[in-house]
Design a protein around this ligand. Structure first.
Ligand code: 3HC
Length: 316
């Protein structure tokens, strides 16, 4: 058996060559563990992220908007299942992952602990939240763990539709009455800063970024992705004719980026620690759905067992 140092050295050389690591390959325990952490939290985010939008399915202003919102929410559920499958390749069961979420031990993205108060929020979530997710997820299509990178390719294609349908909702509102445009501006005011927090704490305070960059789990740091999102999104707000709620936002010709104001990291950590506006509501809803769905899971398992018994009887 090769010694650990040799295995770790060969592993890092594979990463440095840009090779994908596959489930059956040797990997440092910490590499495996940090992937279980990140991919499962990504999956939890997709599933919990269905809740704020789910509240608006019965309140959409038209059938067309309802169909688009239903399709988006369905996609998010699929992304969650995809990412749970990617996590299972690392040797943890789905039940364990759900237990980590429902017990509050696992995180999900802070952004989903904010309330969706008006129809314009369906636009802001698509435009800003899915827009931020795309910036992050396009980078993750080149992450070093094979199953995660491949899951991202499929998810990013659907994410682009999510972002576009959100932006179109806001474009419609901004071209509507003064009240509709004010609703869009109010939504941008409430979702702008929490969307910047989605990329995680500043690099200097990030627990995992340095190692994640070394292992090419991340190809860009939290701050780099955040800056990319701001640079992409501010011109889109200009087209809508609504104002980003940051008095310090200013194009910096020298840097070739927007300078922006201080993010309220106390608020971020409060939300991450469970004290956000909707943390309790989101977890209660998840636990209730899990408990109410027990009979469906039992029926599906009973059916699958029966089918397996029949196939074995046929085979002997
Ligand atoms: N919300 C909650 N927790 C967060 C967070 C956020 N926005 N940002 C960071 N954290 C947590 C981290 O999980 C870590 O805690 P842990 O050690 O207990 O896991 C701690 O804060 C320190 O942060 P780091 O920057 O060191 O953590 P990471 O290196 O993991 O970077 C990340 C954070 C950039 C979110 C990274 O985990 C990542 O890229 N995750 C995959 C993408 C993802 O999860 N996106 C969430 C949104 S998915 C979505 O929006 C779906 C779309 O369809 C709408």
């Amino acid at each position: 058996m090769k010694d650990l140092a040799k295995l770790e050295k060969e592993f890092q050389e594979r990463i440095d060559r840009g090779e994908n690591i596959e489930p059956k390959d040797w990997m440092p325990e910490k590499y495996r563990k940090t992937h279980i952490r990140q991919i499962s939290q990504h999956a939890h985010s997709e599933v919990v992220g269905m809740l704020p939008e789910g509240n608006w399915i019965t309140r959409t202003p038209s059938l067309r908007r309802k169909v688009a919102l239903l399709a988006k929410i369905q996609d998010e559920g699929g992304h969650g299942l995809y990412l749970y499958s990617a996590t299972e390749t690392l040797g943890i069961s789905r039940d364990e992952l759900y237990e980590q979420l429902h017990s509050g031990r696992a995180k999900y993205s802070s952004i989903f602990n904010y309330p969706a108060l008006t129809w314009a929020d369906m636009g802001a979530i698509g435009w800003l939240v899915d827009g931020a997710a795309i910036i992050n997820q396009v980078m993750l299509t080149r992450t070093s763990y094979g199953p995660y990178a491949r899951a991202m390719v499929r998810i990013c294609k659907e994410e682009s539709f999510h972002q576009r349908q959100g932006y179109e909702i806001l474009l419609t509102l901004c071209r509507g009455t003064a009240v509709q445009k004010a609703m869009a501006q109010d939504s941008l005011n409430r979702w702008w800063w929490p969307s910047l927090m989605m990329f995680g704490p500043p690099d200097a305070e990030s627990t995992h970024t340095e190692q994640s960059m070394k292992w090419k789990i991340k190809r860009k740091t939290n701050d780099e992705l955040r800056q990319q999102f701001i640079d992409n999104t501010v011109p889109q707000a200009d087209i809508l004719g609504i104002k980003v709620p940051d008095p310090d936002l200013k194009w910096n010709e020298e840097r070739g980026h927007y300078d922006f104001g201080e993010i309220n990291w106390d608020e971020f950590w409060q939300v991450v620690k469970g004290h956000g506006p909707c943390n309790k509501e989101r977890m209660d809803a998840r636990r209730k759905a899990w408990n109410n769905g027990e009979w469906v899971r039992d029926a599906a398992i009973a059916y699958a067992d029966k089918k397996a018994e029949k196939n074995i009887a046929k085979a002997v």
